[in-house]
Design a protein around this ligand. Structure first.
Ligand code: IPM
Ligand code: MN
Length: 362
């Protein structure tokens, strides 16, 4: 198969982890006889520096004509320290999500068996954990209008707004995924307080009753879900929730796997889908060749599976990552006092493992 992949490395550690993901995809192309063409564009702080805006038109055009997008991270502390900054890198990410119609964000959480004792949570609690968080990504408080300040600047406001249409299109994704997993969707909301949450419940239940009667649907308040995630994570199969709750809960769920450096994600919607590690730009480590590339590489595996339907290829990537971890070829976040390998060493090991080469620890 011939496919075009837009590569947006972004800021911070984005470029170095994405380089390893691209190498892994190249290894897959070679091994399985595909042709992947990679074309690069800017987003985030590096795009502000070059073009004065965080999501330039050229980047959008490249995304729209590609078969899939591989994205690193955005964010730069120089903007975090300046609350008055007119343009911020994050606006680029939000604009990209909105203009590409990426309304469904999928964040799989599954610990690698070799890492069960690296999680700060007790091994026996997390042993059966295997969930997919489906986060609504283009609505809610992140985008609702009006937002801003009153005239004197002493009061600020954001608006949480959801339509039935926005709720049901992401719920469809959650039910479809659940059908391929354990047929269980948990809707996480705050329906005891919020009007939007009550619309979520009503809409999701009606959709289940009408189109997905075989899927078990239950509901959980977000405060309780925050507690259940770390006390009984094995309860969840597909966790469906709105934008802000999903942002918070997915970082929390990341703890289960032992390192946020292992978590990939996919954002899907109206046309082309985007794949990114959830760890963000981690500016303290930028350029040091120490960041964990596995989340970016696994995002490449999700890209192969979801956008290209390449199941075998995706498995080859996931297996190669598991081998690296089992053999202790890990970056400092997972080294636990043992030898820490660099970003590129871990990436090279994974590429060799994908190619089926005899891989000996360094
Ligand atoms: C994420 C990030 C973003 C979000 C930020 C960088 C705007 O935290 O993808 O989870 O809040 O959605
Ligand atoms: Mn987040």
């Amino acid at each position: 198969m011939k496919k075009n992949i837009a590569v947006l490395p972004g800021d911070g550690i984005g470029p170095e982890v994405i380089a390893q993901a691209v190498n892994t995809l190249k290894a897959i192309a070679q091994k399985f006889g595909h042709t992947f063409c990679f074309e690069y564009a800017e987003i985030g702080g590096c795009a502000i520096d070059k073009y004065g805006e965080p999501y330039p038109a050229a980047t959008h055009e490249l995304c729209m004509k590609s078969d899939a997008i591989l994205f690193g991270a955005i964010g730069d502390p120089k903007y975090d320290m300046d609350p008055q900054a007119k343009v911020r890198p994050e606006q680029g990410l939000l604009k990209m999500r909105k203009s590409l119609g990426l309304f469904a964000n999928l964040r799989p959480i599954r610990p690698f068996p070799a890492l069960l004792d690296r999680s700060p949570l007790k091994k026996e609690r997390i042993a059966g954990a295997d969930m997919m968080i489906v986060r609504e990504l283009t609505g809610g408080l992140y985008f609702g209008e009006p937002r801003g300040r009153n005239e004197s600047g002493t009061t600020a406001f954001d608006t949480c707004i959801y339509s039935k249409e926005e709720i049901s299109r992401v719920a469809v994704r959650a039910f479809e995924l659940a059908g391929l997993r354990k047929n269980h969707v948990t809707l996480v909301d705050k329906a005891n307080v919020l009007a939007t949450s009550r619309l979520w419940r009503e809409t999701v239940k009606a959709l289940r009753d009408e189109k997905y009667p075989q899927i078990k649907l239950d509901y959980m308040f977000v405060d309780n879900a925050a507690m259940q995630l770390v006390t009984a994570p094995g309860y969840f199969d597909v966790l469906l929730t709105e934008n802000l709750f999903g942002d918070i809960l997915s970082d929390e769920a990341g703890v289960i796997t032992g390192s946020i450096g292992l978590l990939p994600s996919a954002s899907a919607g109206e046309s082309v889908s985007l794949y990114e590690p959830i760890h963000g730009s981690y500016p303290q480590a930028a350029g040091k060749n120490t960041a964990n590339p596995v989340a970016a590489i696994l995002s490449g595996a999700m890209l192969l599976e979801y956008s290209f339907g390449m199941q075998k290829e995706a498995e080859a990537v996931t297996d190669a990552c598991a081998r690296a971890i089992e053999n202790g070829i890990v970056t400092e976040d997972l080294a636990a006092g043992g030898k820490a390998f660099s970003t590129s060493e871990v990436g090279e090991y994974i590429c060799k493992a994908v190619m089926g080469k005899q891989v000996t620890p360094f």
